[in-house]
Design a protein around this ligand. Structure first.
Ligand SMILES: NC(=O)c1ccc[n+]([C@@H]2O[C@H](COP(=O)([O-])OP(=O)(O)OC[C@H]3O[C@@H](n4cnc5c(N)ncnc54)[C@H](OP(=O)(O)O)[C@@H]3O)[C@@H](O)[C@H]2O)c1
Length: 436
C-alpha cells in the first residue's frame, strides 16, 4: 500500500463539529501548536471548522474565515489532510466520513454509534482509498484502550473484556449506592451537573455502552460483534434497597459491559451486575470508566480513567490525529484499528451461566422459602444465600433476597415465571446477575 505524500510543512485539519468535543480539540490545536509539532515533526493547522449554525455563540473564538456550515468546503478542499468528525449520530456523520475517505482524507472520529454500526464498511472505504480511520475517542474518552488492544497487547488471545464504560450511568449508580438516592433524583443531579443529557436514554438504557462494547469486543476478538449481538439492560429498575442488600452480601452494583469468547463464539452483554466489593471494578466510582482485558500472555490488565468530557475526549481525538500526522510521510501506513470482518457465532443470553440475585416480596408465613426452593431446585438452581427483611410488617409481607450458585439464564427465567404464580409471592422485584 502506498500514499501520495505531500511535502507540507503543516498538516491541515478539517474539524466537523464544534460542540463539547470539537471545542476541546480546537482549543488545543489553536493554543499549543509548538508542543504538538515537536511531537509530530510537523505542525497541525486548524484549517476549517464545520458547524450546523454558524451564528451560534461559542465558547471559543474561531476566525469567521475558516468556519462554515457547508461540508463540501472541507471535504473538497485539497489542502485538508485529516478530517476530525465530532458531529455524532449517523446522519449526516456517516455519509460525511465516507465522502472524506473517498476523497483521500484520513478520518479521526469520536462517534461510537457510527463505528459500532458501520465499522467494517467504513474500514473498507478507508482501505480502498489508502487512508486511515482511527476512533480511539469512541470508547472510554481519555483511556487509550483501543490502542492498547491493538498495539502493545496485540500478541495476546483475549478471552474476556469487561468494564464500566458509561460514566453517566456510573455516576448515577454511585450516587444511589453512597447517598441512598432514588434513580430519578440521581438522574436529575447528573443532568444538572452536565453528566447526563436531557434525554438520558442512550446512557441509562445502555445503548451507548452497547456501541462501545461492540467496538471493544470486535477489536479484542478480531471478529465482527455488531451492536445487535449485544444483550442489553439499563439501570432504571434498580432501587435503593438493591444497593443496601448488595452491600450486606458483600457486593457493589455496577452497570457492567462484558464480552466473553468461548472457542469460535462470543457472548456480549451490558446490564447492572453485582460485583464483589473487593474487585477493582467495584471501586470505580463517579464518572470514571475502567476496562479490564484478560489475555493469554498479559493476564488481567485494568485501564482506568475519565471516559468522557471535553478535555479527556479531545485528548484521545488528538492522539489519533498526531498518530496519523507522524506516519503520513511513511509508506505503508496501516490502520491499527482495522475492523475485522470475520463473524463468530453469538451465544444467546439464555445460555449465560452465572450466579443470580433475586429480590421478591412474599407473604410472611412459614414454608414460603421451601416452595420457592422446590421450584428452583426442579430447574437445577441451587440457593447460595437468603436474606429475609421484614419490610412490610403491616401487610404481613417480607422481602426475600436469594442468591444462587451458577445457573443457566433460561432455567432461572423459567423457574421465576413459575415462582411468580405462587400465591405467597406478591412480586419478583428484581433479578440481577452476579459477576465474579
Ligand atoms: N461529549 C463527550 O463527552 C463525548 C465523549 C466521547 C465521545 N463523544 C462523541 O463525540 C461526538 C460529538 O459529541 P459532542 O458531545 O461534542 O456533541 P455536541 O456537543 O452535540 O456537538 C455536535 C457538533 O456537531 C455540529 N453538528 C451537528 N449536526 C450537524 C450537521 N448536520 N451539520 C453540521 N454540523 C453539525 C453541531 O453544530 P452546532 O454547534 O452549530 O449545533 C455541534 O457543533 C459524538 O459522536 C459523541 O458520541 C462525546
Amino acid at each position: 500500500m502506498s500514499y501520495v505524500v505531500k511535502d507540507l510543512s503543516e498538516i491541515n485539519i478539517g474539524l466537523m463539529g464544534l460542540g463539547i468535543v470539537g471545542v476541546g480539540v480546537a482549543r488545543r490545536l489553536l493554543s499549543d501548536k509548538s508542543q504538538i509539532s515537536s511531537k509530530t515533526g510537523r505542525g497541525l493547522n486548524l484549517a476549517r471548522v464545520m458547524v450546523r449554525d454558524i451564528n451560534k455563540p461559542r465558547d471559543i473564538q474561531i476566525s469567521p474565515d475558516i468556519i462554515t456550515a457547508e461540508p463540501e468546503d472541507i471535504i473538497s478542499d485539497p489542502s485538508i489532510d485529516i478530517i476530525v468528525e465530532v458531529i455524532g449520530g449517523i446522519d449526516p456523520a456517516k455519509s460525511l466520513i465516507v465522502k472524506a475517505l473517498t476523497q483521500g482524507k484520513h478520518v479521526v472520529t469520536a462517534n461510537k454509534e457510527v463505528v459500532a454500526k458501520y465499522g467494517p464498511e467504513l474500514h473498507r472505504v478507508a482501505m480502498d482509498n489508502h487512508v486511515n480511520l482511527l476512533y480511539e475517542a469512541s470508547v472510554c474518552g481519555a483511556i487509550p484502550v483501543l490502542s492498547v488492544l491493538t498495539n502493545p497487547l496485540l500478541s495476546n488471545t483475549f478471552r474476556n473484556v469487561r468494564g464500566i464504560i458509561n460514566g453517566t450511568s456510573n455516576y448515577i449508580l454511585t450516587d444511589m449506592a453512597y447517598n441512598n438516592a432514588h434513580f430519578d433524583i440521581a438522574l436529575k443531579e447528573a443532568q444538572s451537573l452536565g453528566y447526563a443529557e436531557s434525554d438520558p436514554t442512550n446512557d441509562v438504557d445502555s445503548f451507548d455502552a452497547v456501541y462501545k462494547l461492540s467496538i471493544l469486543a470486535s477489536l479484542a476478538f478480531r471478529c465482527r460483534v455488531s451492536p445487535d449481538d449485544v444483550y442489553r439492560e439499563g439501570i432504571r429498575e434498580l432501587k435503593s434497597q438493591d444497593f443496601q442488600y448488595a452491600r450486606e452480601l458483600g457486593y457493589a452494583i455496577k452497570c457492567l459491559a462484558v464480552a466473553d469468547r468461548k472457542g469460535d463464539a462470543v457472548q456480549a452483554r451490558v446490564y447492572p451486575a453485582l460485583i464483589p466489593i473487593d474487585n477493582m471494578i467495584a471501586k470505580v466510582d463517579g464518572v470514571y470508566n475502567a476496562v479490564e482485558v484478560s489475555g493469554d500472555l498479559c493476564g488481567q490488565v485494568l485501564l482506568h480513567g475519565l471516559g468522557a468530557g471535553r478535555e479527556p475526549t479531545a485528548s484521545a481525538v488528538l492522539g489519533d490525529v498526531i498518530q496519523i500526522a507522524s506516519q503520513m510521510s511513511k509508506d505503508g501506513l496501516r490502520s491499527q484499528f482495522d475492523y475485522i470482518e470475520n463473524t463468530y457465532n453469538v451465544i444467546p443470553i439464555d445460555d449465560l451461566e452465572t450466579r443470580y440475585y433475586i429480590r421478591l416480596v412474599v407473604t410472611d408465613t412459614a414454608g414460603v422459602l421451601a416452595q420457592i426452593a422446590k421450584i428452583l431446585g426442579s430447574k437445577g438452581i441451587s440457593i447460595a444465600s437468603v436474606l429475609q427483611k421484614d419490610t412490610f410488617p403491616e401487610e404481613q409481607k417480607a422481602e426475600l433476597v436469594i442468591t444462587t450458585h451458577p445457573a443457566y439464564e433460561a432455567s432461572v427465567q423459567k423457574a421465576l415465571s413459575e415462582v411468580n404464580e405462587l400465591d405467597v409471592v406478591s412480586d419478583i422485584s428484581n433479578i440481577i446477575r452476579i459477576e465474579g
